[in-house]
Structure formats: C-alpha cells, structure tokens
Design a protein around this ligand. Sequence first.
Ligand code: TRP
Length: 359
Amino acid sequence: MTTATPVVDRPAAEPNLTATAGLADRIARDPEAFRVLSGDRPTGPLHLGHYLGTLANRVRLQNIGVPTVVVIADYQVITDRSDPGPLADRVRTLVAEYLAAGLDPERTVIFPHSAVPTLNQLMVPFLALVTDAELRRNPTVKAEALASRRPLGGLLLTYPVHQAADILGSGGTVVPIGRDQLPHLETARLIARRFNERYGLVFTLPEPLLTGTPNLLGTDGAKMSKTRGNTIGLGDTADRTAAIVRGAQTDANRHITFEPATRPQVANLLSVIGELTEQDPRDVAADIGDRGAAELKRRATEAINDRLAPLRRRRTDLLADPGYLTGVLVDGTARATALTADVLNRVRAAMGMDYFAGP
Ligand code: TRP
C-alpha cells in the first residue's frame, strides 16, 4: 500500500493554553458532542494536586453531561519502577476516591487499562507514527527518567504513546490534566494528526483542559507529588491537613500579595483558597493583607478541610465495601471493552488490516 500523504516530521508544537477558555464554552454549549478521558497511575492515594488539577474538573464535566471515561493506568506504574506494588489495594482506594469526589459509576466508565487489551493493540500502529527524537524531547519523560535514577527504559520512553492509546482508543476528545501532562497530550495530538493524514480521518484531535491550579506546589515549594512526600492527601484527617499546611514554606514578607513569579509559595496557597472558595486569589490576598502567613495558612486549612470533609466521609464508607468497588471495575471494564473495540475496528479498517473477517 502506498502512502497518500507523506507524514510531516514537524516538532511537537507548544500546547495552546489559550484554547482552554474557548473549549470550556464549546463544551457548555453541547456537552454530549465531547468525551472526557483522563486517568491516574495507581501508585498511592490521591492528593490535593490531583483533586484541583484534574479530578474536580472531571466531576464537573460529568455533571454537565459530558460522557466521561477514567482510566486507571496500572501499566504506567512500571514506567519508572519494576515493582507494580500492592495494586489490588491501591486500585480499590483509587476507585473509592473517584466515587467519593463525585464520579458516578452509572454515568462514568472507570477501568484499569491492563484489563482492556484493545488499547495495547493500538500501541503498534501508533509507535510507527513517532520518531525516537520526538519521544526523547518530552520534558516530563526526561524529568521522570532523571528522578527514577535508572537508565531510560523502553516503556518510560514510549509511555506517552501508550497514553495516546488510552486517549484515542477511548474516543477521548477532552483531557482534563495538570500542566505536567501537556507534553503527553501533544504526543496524542501528533499521533492522531499523522494517523489521519496517512490513513484517513479516524480521530478527533483531543484537547487539554486545565484548571486554575494546574500546577499545585507541595508544602516544600516543589511540585506536589507522592514521591516527594509533600502532599495533602484526600484521605488525610483534618488535623493532619492543618499540620501539613502549617509546615508549608512561605516567605519573610508579612504583607500578603498574589505574585506567582516572585512569591510562588504564597501564591500557591492563595490559589488553593481561590479555587476552593471560588474567589480571585488577588482578592483573597487583599483581604488577608498584613495579617501574614499565619492567617493565610488558617484560611487555606479551612478551605481544604471544608471542601474535603464530605469527600473524606464518603471515602471511608466506600472503602468498607470492597465488593462494591470491584463491581464498579468489572462493569467499567465491560463498557470500556466495547468502546475501544469500536475504535480499533475503525483503525484496522482505515489501515486495510481488516482484509479477512477472522475465525
Ligand atoms: N500519565 C498520567 C499521570 O501520571 C496518567 C494517565 C494515564 C492519563 N493515561 C492517561 C492522564 C490518559 C490523562 C489521559 O497522571
């Protein structure tokens, strides 16, 4: 078979962040025309960074009627470590946290990607559409490779392609993510574009959706992440939350102002309060004024604990019913299997790989 359109080897474009606002409007006008796809690695319990960066957005989108799919990226656990860890436990906790945060298993498909082989099958044609150089310049992959202190493994290098299979294979068009995931979204868009150029129009280019805090800092001023141990867990108690926030770094200037570039830690706490209480962080800063970091932290603690209290109660209740949580996965896997088979059939047809009907 000859290739109709040559595949252009252009570098991954800078993600267009301003598209986000327009996207929110388009979704609000016709929610059912989109499909939300997002996911998490089951490497431990979720924290405020996940909640504010993507989970709250998924729930909001689900609630305005956008079909929503959430993938538990268990294969992605072994991108930067060899031991998958206690998956059964972690995946159950993840499901409990999703439901506690407001994802509704009736409306939203929740499934582990290892249970849906169709997605892995997409990895083969997708790998043929990217170059080694493109994969190597992904800044998130580079950072993760460095942090893992191991030689760059084949899966770490190519997991953005596997993630593209999650997204495109589930028919995802809107991807609520934190800023660190934007390079992966660019890879998914690149693959979709090249596939369409080479084989005919199959994929809609997925678009990222960022929240107001796509980049939450941990209590030490570095990115909030489980591996750094600087997180506020969704399942942490109110007291522990207070203690963690009290220990958060700020700066020596008593007068509180919102200046993300020069006062990142103070701005981070202001953003958290702003996002959780639906206020402009500048107004929050003006309101605190000379009352300093202690008042800033008191308000942050209150905003976090107020928002998370009902979630934490539901989380505890859900964790007491592991049979129910497993049932959610069984049901989600069945629905994801049907959804992804449909996409794979279209991919195979476009590629001429459906040349016999099979046994
Ligand atoms: N890589 C994502 C993370 O570490 C998890 C993930 C897997 C994901 N598949 C996805 C996110 C698809 C968005 C879409 O957080």
